[in-house]
Write a protein that binds this ligand. Structure first.
Ligand code: AMP
Length: 520
């Protein structure tokens, strides 16, 4: 028999919050919301582990809003009452946007400010002078404002949220986090949200939580196979390009897709390759300015693009560094990132890409964690999704690690099912299109494209910041998936030649239908 689920209207929430929830179309709380909200409203500290996409933002945001509304009935004085710490600017913006949606009917009473994203500390001073009820930020930014005496939390803070706590550590925020804890009052309610409950998170728990309730809602960090289908296919370097071309050009991958590669050069290599077949894709990487990155995600969510090519937030130039076995050793190195890359950049983790149907690991991730976070971008909330990983022989050991982690041990059936694709059926494309296109994407072309895009996006970013604030409608016209190297595009590659499309043998047709079935 199905268990009785608690509804939002049974949680004693303010009518204005219930109205906002109705506008969002959320008919009932997710599991973590159902458990966390009543406990949080009782005043309990919480340590929650829930799989990514489980609705954890609202699980802490709703109690924050409710408590602020309640305390405003007696104390009208404006003060920063809640602090939400996030590891990345993108997540900061997303959290702010979620809180804005939830406070749509009480935005005067509950004001939220995300200060993680803007570069200039002094420009944020006026925002903090207004004492927003909820401040969302990265730990380093909060610390900078405390040091600059723009923010004072000692007397007013009632609630602290640490979101994606494990990532805060791997992003090197530990020192900032610990030092800012000294500036908080003795008593406050705290929520710690984390994808994994590793040693760092346990240590943090001791520091900030008092008698917390532990919510470990899901054994598995990814949805089961009824919601998320996971596949792997063996292919070496050239085959990866051949296969992605086939899947995208023939429309065998349906719906919005995220294509993950191992480093930034590879993003552009793949983009330039696809460009030649008139398959537009956006690149999202840590070198691009924050405004551009957020704009790309917003437009992707609005349905402007079908494909985003992305890297992990932990640059995977040196995969050994991130492999599970070497993670411990690599911890110290993680903090010393390459110049030019944004430490507070996050794609696979935390960011809410809407309605992603497929995650394609063009390059397999270099750690189990990274696999979970990439694949967790699809099949969010109750939506279905697929993940397909291309595996070269050097990536096989990591595939085994992922399998072991997902199944618990290696004796179970594999979680990533073999993707029944016969590469020999598409050999025709290799010689007539793919090899030619790959040859055009030289190292020099990649270098130029990478530079060109940064320049372009820096310009875009400035525009985004100023002009588009006043002209929001024009923002829709700015696209991020334009060709970067028109010189190498060969018009004849735009269409798939008929002689290659004719299903001359029956097996090929079968494969097509099989693939369509998998990805619909
Ligand atoms: P989160 O795990 O907070 O990033 O949320 C993942 C996605 O689930 C977001 O797109 C939310 O808008 C959506 N979501 C959160 N709570 C609910 C709910 N109760 N019903 C439907 N969708 C939800």
């Amino acid at each position: 028999m199905e268990e009785e689920r608690l509804h939002f209207h049974e949680m004693g929430l303010d009518d204005r919050v219930l109205k906002a929830l109705a506008d969002l179309g959320w008919s009932q709380p997710t599991l973590i919301q159902e458990k966390a909200i009543p406990l949080a409203l009782e005043g309990k500290d919480l340590l929650a582990r829930a799989r990514t996409g489980s609705g954890k933002t609202a699980a802490y945001a709703i109690p924050l809003i409710q408590r602020i509304l309640m305390s405003k009935q007696t104390v009208r004085e404006q003060a920063v009452r809640a602090l939400v710490l996030v590891p990345t600017k993108e997540l900061g913006q997303q959290v702010q946007s979620m809180i804005r949606q939830l406070t749509a009917y009480c935005s005067r009473d509950v004001r939220v400010a995300d200060i993680s994203g803007k570069a200039d500390i002094s420009a944020q001073k006026p925002i903090l002078m207004e004492k927003p009820d909820i401040v969302v930020s990265t730990p380093s930014r909060v610390q900078a404002h405390i040091n600059g005496q723009n923010l004072q939390l000692q007397s007013s803070l009632e609630m602290l949220v640490i979101d994606e706590a494990d990532l805060l550590f791997s992003f090197g925020f530990e020192a900032d986090l610990k030092s800012l804890l000294c500036h908080l009052p003795k008593i406050y309610q705290a929520f710690l949200m984390s994808a994994t409950l590793n040693d760092d998170v346990q240590a943090l728990k001791e520091l900030v939580l008092h008698n917390p309730v532990m919510l470990k809602l899901q054994g598995s960090q990814l949805p089961d196979s009824s919601q998320l289908q996971q596949y792997s296919v063996r292919c070496e370097e050239e085959d990866k390009f051949l296969l992605i071309y086939t899947l995208l050009k023939l429309g065998l991958v349906q719906g919005k897709s995220l294509l993950f590669v191992r480093d930034v050069d590879r993003c552009y290599r793949l983009k330039l390759f696809l460009e030649q077949f008139s398959i537009p894709a956006c690149v999202l990487n840590s070198e691009l300015p924050i405004h551009s990155r957020c704009h790309i995600i917003t437009q992707f969510n609005q349905g402007f693009y079908n494909y985003i090519i992305a890297t992990d937030e932990q640059g995977l130039e040196n995969p050994a560094r991130c492999s599970q076995k070497t993670q411990e050793k690599g911890k110290k190195k993680k903090n010393s990132r390459k110049k030019g890359k944004d430490k507070e950049y996050g794609v696979s983790r935390g960011i809410d890409f809407h309605n992603v149907c497929n995650v394609i690991n063009f390059d397999f991730p270099a750690s189990v964690e990274s696999y979970i976070h990439r694949v967790g971008r699809t099949a969010r909330a109750d939506n279905p999704g697929s993940a397909l990983s291309f595996i070269s022989h050097t990536e096989l050991p990591m595939l085994m690690e992922v399998e072991n982690a997902l199944t618990g041990d290696s004796t179970h059936d594999s979680v990533l099912k073999p993707y029944g694709f016969k590469m020999e059926e598409i050999e025709g494309f290799r010689y007539r299109a793919v090899r030619d296109a790959m040859r055009s994407v030289t190292k020099q072309a990649v270098k130029e494209a990478r530079l060109k895009e940064i320049k372009q996006e820096l310009l875009n970013s400035e525009k985004l910041k100023t002009y588009f604030e006043d002209n929001p409608r024009d923002l829709q016209l700015l696209r991020h998936d334009k060709d970067l190297h028109p010189a190498v595009i060969k018009p004849h590659l735009k269409n798939v030649p008929d002689y290659l499309m004719v299903a001359s043998n029956f097996k090929w047709k079968e494969d097509l239908f099989y693939l369509c079935y998998l990805f619909i």
